[in-house]
Design a protein around this ligand. Sequence first.
Ligand SMILES: [Zn+2]
Length: 258
Amino acid sequence: MTVLLLLLALLPIATLPDVPPQLKCLVESYPGALCSATATELVWCDGTRMPYRTGPERTTHAERLANGDLADQMRQTYTPFVPATPPAVDQEPGRIRNEAFFAKLYGNTKAEVLAHTTRLTWLDGKILRVTTRFGIDQRLAAVRDELRTLPGKVAAPAFQTEGTLVWRTIRGTTRRSAHAYAMAIDVGVPVSDYWQWHAPDAQGKLAFRNRMPIEVVRVFEKHGFVWGGRWYHYDTMHFEFRPELLHPACVGGNTVRQ
Ligand SMILES: [Zn+2]
């Protein structure tokens, strides 16, 4: 039995029986932090086990946003590289975040987050604080360098940034912002649209707005960042590192990178 367990531990996670693809995508997206998974748990490399589902089950999108578990976080599929189109109501893959998961990845206090950061100069000369976890500083540098190569003035809006690390909660909530973890960046504010800046229509529905060039979005997606312009509650200046949603086994639509 011990030998069998040892053999199972040595197998690549893809071959483990009963491990849902969402758990596989999480494990393979955060090497060094996550080491394995069972049918119901993530296994961190420090031995911590984190349940994929926690009860009682949340049935509304608002409940999932406020108190989502890992299953809620992985519930919606992100489709990269496609044109920007109005998302369906509450379709916003990546916007649900399990706070305990991200706090463990990046730090649970501002000091813990800062301990893993470095400086990165953006295209407008602004110096940003970016986490070094999972090579995110290098990935963001690769985004920056690729934006420079886009033709004409396509990427010009993204040359301007409002920053990365901000230790704060999301406006109007007690939930911690992705910016608290130094793995998110806001670019192109003058051409940006945010759902809270506009009143919903008479039926309470948000009207999608976007002026961010899709070429810019595709560069970020190529390097592991999801875009807030693919959310019903749109935030078109916002990009955050969420490789689990871009993993080939979890991504939606056409997975061929453009
Ligand atoms: Zn943002």
